[in-house]
Structures are given as structure tokens and as C-alpha cells.
Ligand binder design. Structure first.
Ligand code: AMP
Length: 183
């Protein structure tokens, strides 16, 4: 495994905050600057991979699109498979899917029902947890496919939005590298 050379504090300093995107009042935590740094992506993945290994991951699942960047790299580091949890209509097969509520409207995630073996331990990886709605939907979908989902990892936590707490109440252990106050 590649050891992480930047601390979570150093990684936090690489995240760009863009005010009022995509809506007024939202502080968008942009990972473009983090992953563009020569060691930013490798170190983030290194920290996440240590957590995923400790959780006993047999497979990593990542949500489209930013979860693919971190999740796939973690899977490579651990030498295990990756499950893409996709936006609707992208997979060329019969999928299973789940609709979930957003602040405004609904969204949907889909996956290959044969992507996990029965009882396989799948760890969820995404860039950021806000309300936790996306991660909870992904966990439910992966469980419907037969996976055991006990852990979810995120680069960024927005604790004021309560997502990590929601996941913990649903029996999922949450690991994060950094927190930002507010939404
Ligand atoms: P949620 O389902 O509310 O936990 O939202 C999770 C997804 O929305 C994450 O995968 C993020 O990519 C995105 N997201 C939500 N809030 C923010 C924010 N303030 N900055 C950047 N991305 C965000």
C-alpha cells in the first residue's frame, strides 16, 4: 500500500470552498483542487484505504461520479473489486434501483444486481456526506443485492447536516478524513 504523505489537516487545506454553488447559501466543498495536487489524491486514497482495510472490506462501492474517483482508487490499493453505483439509465443490463428524496425532488441510484456475492462485505466510499440521503440509499441498494454493509467512508463530513449521525443510527460505522462547519 502507498502510505499517505499528507495529513488530513493538510488535505483539508487543499479543498476549495465556492460560495453560493449550486444555490445561494450553499458552501460548495470542491475536491477538484484536492485531487489536482500531486499528492492530494494519493494521500486521500491512502487514508481511506487504511480505514477500508480495518473495516474488512471485500469490495468497495462508490457513487457516481465523485465516489468513483476515490472508491476505485481505494479498491486498487487494496487489490479488491469495485462496484459502481450509478445514476439512472447508464448500465446496459437489467438493474436494481432505489429512489430517494433530495431537498428538492427525488433522485435514483442503480446497480448490477450480480455485482456482489451473497454476504460479501462492501464498504461505501464517497467524496462527501451531507444529509446522508445518498449513502443511505446506496447502502439499502447494496443490501438488496446481497451485500453486508457496515461501513461507509467519506473524504469530507458536513456534520451540521447530520448525515453521519443518520448513518450511525442505521447501524453503519462512518469514517471521514475532515469536517467543515455549516452547509
Ligand atoms: P447527501 O445525500 O445530502 O449526503 O449529499 C451527498 C452528495 O451531494 C455528495 O456525494 C456530494 O457530492 C454532494 N454534496 C452535497 N453537499 C455538498 C457541498 N456542500 N459541497 C460539495 N458537494 C456536496
Amino acid at each position: 500500500m502507498i502510505p499517505p504523505h499528507l495529513s488530513p489537516e493538510e488535505l483539508k487545506a487543499l479543498v476549495r470552498t465556492v460560495p453560493d454553488f449550486p444555490h445561494p447559501g450553499i458552501q460548495f466543498r470542491d475536491i477538484t483542487t484536492l485531487i489536482g495536487h500531486p499528492q492530494g489524491l494519493a494521500a486521500s486514497v491512502g487514508h481511506l484505504a487504511l480505514l477500508a482495510a480495518a473495516a474488512g472490506a471485500q469490495k468497495i462501492a462508490g457513487m457516481e461520479a465523485r465516489g468513483f474517483i476515490f472508491g476505485a482508487a481505494v479498491a486498487v490499493q487494496l487489490g479488491i473489486g469495485f462496484v459502481p453505483v450509478r445514476k439512472p439509465g447508464k448500465l446496459p443490463i437489467v438493474t436494481i434501483g432505489i429512489d430517494y428524496a433530495l431537498e428538492y425532488g427525488t433522485d435514483r441510484l442503480e446497480m448490477d444486481p450480480e455485482a456482489v456475492a451473497p454476504g460479501e462485505k462492501v464498504v461505501i466510499v464517497d467524496d462527501l456526506i451531507a444529509t446522508g440521503g445518498t449513502a443511505l440509499a446506496a447502502a439499502e441498494l447494496l443490501r438488496a443485492a446481497g451485500a453486508e454493509v457496515t461501513d461507509a467512508l467519506f473524504v469530507i463530513d458536513l456534520p451540521d447536516l447530520g448525515g453521519a449521525e443518520r448513518l450511525r443510527k442505521a447501524g453503519i460505522t462512518v469514517g471521514t478524513l475532515m469536517e467543515f462547519e455549516g452547509d
